[in-house]
Design a protein around this ligand. Structure first.
Ligand code: GDP
Ligand code: ZN
Length: 295
């Protein structure tokens, strides 16, 4: 019996945990001891298992747990793919910036994906994409429908555990299916093989795209608010604003009405976009309102 096998919990159902090893998926149970030590074993957990002679396994230990998302409950997510449609629905830059800020504050890498480029007749996306790329964000244009940009998206996912986020209807599910059409097909066969009942509540799963590359099958970050953020830290989460804050006269400058504000100066020079600054101000006032509600 070996007990040095490590893998990733990709699915949890009915008391069983499905652990993805390099080349095989092992159905595991959790021993009493591990259940006591960790009140909840999460999809995404890195685990050490021991193999039984019949090919099933037992969870022995939960390894390092870094970022844990609450909804969907997944451990060790490393990246967020913020999806915006090029059109239908119209891009919502405030939501985009909000998700980027939440990702940054949570310690997740970010990719911005402009989907549905097949519906576009002008270059609206081009200028949006250019604006975000020039700030330093990694961006990609896709059409889940026409299969465009999917290879490039796959490269951006390489080695990461990514969760998709964005408005409803932008194509998050379509993109996940486009990344690997077998995901959609697998769904049926895996449920049968692994005994997923028809009437059971679905929990999030990790889709294994490649060795060490996973995608959470359920979109996330929707329920997160900015309440927990520190007002003074918000500008750090806007990279092109954060890089000028050292030049402000006051170290606690929030770049609103303060005199000698370097951010406002750069804004007037057009080096920071009005739209991004406007979103910064909106999110800042949200944080302030949340703070006032608490007292
Ligand atoms: P989600 O709510 O973000 O998961 O969005 P869905 O994946 O359910 O897609 C919403 C709708 O947009 C569906 O009708 C999809 O067929 C459609 N859709 C998704 N991606 C594309 C695309 O790249 N081009 C076009 N034309 N339609 C798309
Ligand atoms: Zn300032």
């Amino acid at each position: 019996m070996t007990s040095n096998v490590t893998g990733r919990v990709v699915r949890a159902h009915g008391g069983f945990y499905y652990v993805q090893l390099d080349t095989q998926l092992v159905e595991c149970t959790a021993r009493g001891r591990i259940k006591l030590e960790y009140d909840r074993i999460l999809v995404g957990d890195r685990v050490r298992i021991s193999m039984n002679p019949d090919g099933t396994g037992a969870l022995e230990e939960i390894l390092d747990r870094v970022v844990v998302l609450r909804r969907p409950p997944v451990a060790n997510v490393t990246q967020v793919v913020v999806v915006s449609a090029s059109t239908e629905p119209t891009p919502d830059s405030l939501l985009l910036d909000r998700l980027l800020v939440i990702a940054e504050a949570t310690g997740l890498k970010q990719v911005i994906c402009f989907n549905k480029v097949d519906l576009l007749y002008d270059n609206t996306v081009g200028s949006l994409l250019e604006a975000y790329s020039s700030i330093g964000y990694r961006t990609v244009k896709t059409s889940a429908k026409a299969g465009q940009g999917i290879g490039q998206l796959r490269q951006l996912l390489c080695g990461e555990t990514s969760v998709f986020a964005g408005q409803s209807g932008v194509g998050k599910s379509a993109l996940i299916n486009a990344l690997d059409p077998s995901f959609a097909r697998k769904e049926g066969s895996v449920s049968e093989r692994l005994g997923r009942g028809r009437h059971t509540t679905r929990t999030a799963e990790l889709l294994s795209l490649d060795k060490d590359t996973f995608v959470v099958d359920t979109p996330g970050l929707t329920s997160i608010t900015l309440d927990m953020l520190d007002k003074g830290k918000l500008s750090e989460y806007f990279p092109e604003i954060g890089k000028y804050t050292d030049g402000c006269r006051f170290s606690d400058c929030v770049h609103m009405e303060e005199p000698d504000c370097e951010v406002k100066r750069r804004l007037s020079l057009g080096e920071i976009s009005k739209e991004r600054y406007g979103n910064y101000v909106t999110l800042l006032s949200e944080i302030e309102e949340a703070r006032l509600r608490r007292y």
